[in-house]
Write a protein that binds this ligand. Structure first.
Ligand code: LLP
Length: 392
């Protein structure tokens, strides 16, 4: 039996909280951040937190206070990052569809870098920078056409995905880039997918990046930085035994296989691996319903609070923390009018009764931030706990 280093607050305390709600373990988040920062600095790597994973202000402030940068994919995220204390000089901005007002926001705040995903975007950034009399720092986001073992909705680095500049378009982009006067080429950006646990995928990325860098060197273009994106996965099956992601092996792969040139800085954009296991979705059982072939545990939380199971058939560990009674088999569903509003099918939970607290693990990444008001439901509240104390 592996010792759980990060226990949840007492059940009696959790039962007092409003549900559905998110509960964040700040002790685990702080330990994760310290471990990550420590490792990154050993290798001289720079980490930008991917705001898209969780934009809760308390979570963002906790991360910015530790000195991390931010990875943004919209003007809204840039604003949220700045408001939470991330310095503009550590903000990277990617996205296939940057609107003019979003580019202007990045220019006005002098962000670190625009990760450019297409030739038309490059021209618009140059144009908008010219109108402001500025030079925009840019990295080219290259679609490396490297496969990654994950759900097909969250692979990004294949040539058929919409992201990045395809390798066969690169020469044309470089030809145009040379003619643009209001951009400054800073680096290269890559991201192959999310929830990746096989380090061979990242090794594949390193090998491809080395080839691409050689192509740039042959043209006498020298990227000052390389941004390898995010994607490191977490352990959804055993979140208590392995609450912290495997940053060690992840960084080791890049250290070992990536050709790094003098003075080049190496950047990462990690989201899920930082916040995923720090968050829990807390709910109460409303009803236990006997169907003709199944038994349903109907929760007050639904797909509007955590959409990952409905959207990606994602597994999240679920427990009934109120009951010690013998486990029974349930489909665990929410109240939303969609058949896909189902957290898990045919799983065993300690016998559920109305009012029991049901906890869904590993909901810190792409949970609260993807919540919606579908069915005119309220957005979930959030609570935090640190050293055994719960606060709002
Ligand atoms: N950088 C870029 C360019 C990205 O597109 C992403 C995630 C990240 C960094 C952060 O990746 P992470 O370290 O979190 O894997 N909603 C989905 C995940 C979508 C990921 C989108 N891009 C889910 O719930 O699994």
């Amino acid at each position: 039996m592996v010792k759980n280093q990060y226990p949840l607050p007492a059940v009696e305390d959790l039962q007092q909280l409003d549900t559905p709600s998110y509960l964040y373990n700040l002790t685990l988040l702080n330990d994760t951040l310290d471990g990550l920062q420590n490792l990154a600095s050993q290798y001289g790597f720079e980490v930008h937190y991917a705001i898209k994973a969780n934009a809760n202000p308390v979570i963002m402030q906790t991360i910015s206070k530790k000195g991390f940068g931010a990875d943004c994919v919209s003007g809204g995220e840039i604003e949220a990052a700045l408001a939470s204390g991330f310095p503009a000089q550590k903000v990277v901005y990617a996205g296939v569809g940057k609107a003019d007002h979003e580019i202007n926001l990045g220019l006005d705040n002098d962000i670190f870098c625009f990760n450019v995903e297409s030739l038309p975007e490059l021209r618009i950034i140059d144009d908008l920078a010219k109108q402001k009399g500025k030079i925009a720092p840019i990295a080219l986001r290259i679609n490396p056409d490297v496969p990654a073992e994950t759900h097909h909705y969250i692979t990004t680095g294949l040539k058929e995905n919409k992201f990045g500049i395809n390798l066969d378009k690169l020469s044309e982009v470089l030809d145009v880039m040379r003619t643009l006067e209001n951009i400054r080429f800073e680096g290269l950006h890559f991201h192959i997918g999310s929830q990746l646990l096989d380090m061979a995928d990242f090794k594949g990325l390193c090998i491809r990046v080395n080839e691409i860098q050689k192509r740039f060197r042959d043209l006498r273009i020298f990227p000052k930085h390389l941004n390898l994106g995010g994607g490191l996965g977490i352990n959804y099956r055993h979140p208590q035994e392995k609450p912290v992601a495997d940053f060690e092996n992840y960084f080791e792969v890049f250290h070992k296989y990536l050709d790094r040139h003098d003075q080049q800085t190496i950047h990462f954009e990690l989201g899920r691996s930082i916040v995923g296991n720090c968050g829990f979705l807390l709910s109460k059982a409303l009803y236990v319903k006997e169907g003709s072939v199944k038994q349903y545990a109907i929760l007050d939380a639904g797909m509007t609070d955590l959409i990952r199971p409905a959207l990606y058939q994602a597994y999240h560990k679920i427990e009934n923390i109120s009951s010690q009674a013998k486990a029974e088999k349930y489909d665990v569903v929410g109240p939303v009018c969609e058949t896909s509003d189902c957290f898990a099918k045919e799983i065993y939970l300690n016998k559920v009764s109305r009012g029991d607290s049901i906890i869904i693990y590993s909901a810190g990444a792409y949970g609260e931030v993807m919540a919606s008001r579908y069915n005119c439901r309220q957005l979930p509240k959030s609570y935090f706990f640190e050293n055994g104390k719960i606060f709002e």
